[in-house]
Design a protein around this ligand. Sequence first.
Ligand code: SF4
Length: 323
Amino acid sequence: MPNSMTNKLSIGISACLLGEPVRFNGGHKKHQWINSELASVADFKSFCPEVGIGLPVPRPTLRLVERDDQILALDSDRQEDDVTEPLKDYFSRNAEAIAELDGFILMQGSPSCGMERVKVYGSQSPVPEKNGVGIFANELIKHNPLLPVEEAGRLSDAPLAESFLTRLYLYHEWRTQRPFESAKSLIEFHSRHKFLIMLHSYQGYKDSGKLLSDLGTREKLQRNASQYIQTVMMALKKVSSTGQRANALYHLLGFLKTHISTEEKQSIVDQIKLYQQGTTPYVVPLSLIRHYARIHSDNNEYLWQQSVWFPYPENLNQYKNVV
Ligand code: SF4
């Protein structure tokens, strides 16, 4: 297991998800999994944008309103108190601390913290459209395009949770290793994560590899490193399909062909096929290949080093048997 996985992650979070009583009604939205499993591997830095701009607890609710082609955060009752700019300022005041984080978890549906599908009221129609982004969340995402960001409500979706956890750990490793001072160090980083990227996007795997083909000058190294991580983070955002997973499994199996018997190889192929048919979970063929990769690690260090075996710590693995 790499060092980056034994370090604690640093994750920003909407304060109400930690159980802090900061909601408009004095309540909270404590999230069980975040406060148990994820808390065992992460230090949380909590943010409540609404309390942070001086609004009291309890307080009148806010809503997003579209007015003159602008999205504003107004009080729900009279729609006169505009806190859009204070919420943006709150982000700016915390921008430096946020830039040091490995990821961020937001509270869904909130006009301040919601990442998507937040209700937006028009000035004409009383019926809101669910197509907005909270004011703080919008600034957060706009100014930190690489940062893994997810809503708490989406973490119960296993493939989305897996993508988020994978991005958290890869981004943590990147953030704590940068800047890459040599082409060798960047290529080593890529070598470890190749199959993880392939699992999520074959195109992302090809594009990221191409960016490392010419790192001749320091300027090129810095420029391509920046494009490289953008490409990788975009690729990991994609939820991997059964076909992509099977493809990556066959690639991994290919590295074992000189180390295992024909019978052993056939039993792994059978499990991959069962996975493709939906009869067995992905973790079964993956564990089998990992087992042989571990046994033959002395002869094939490259294979055993792959992050695809353990993209994140196993105690967060509660989702794995369903993907
Ligand atoms: S959703 Fe955001 S603004 Fe609302 S209570 Fe939670 S942390 Fe505060």
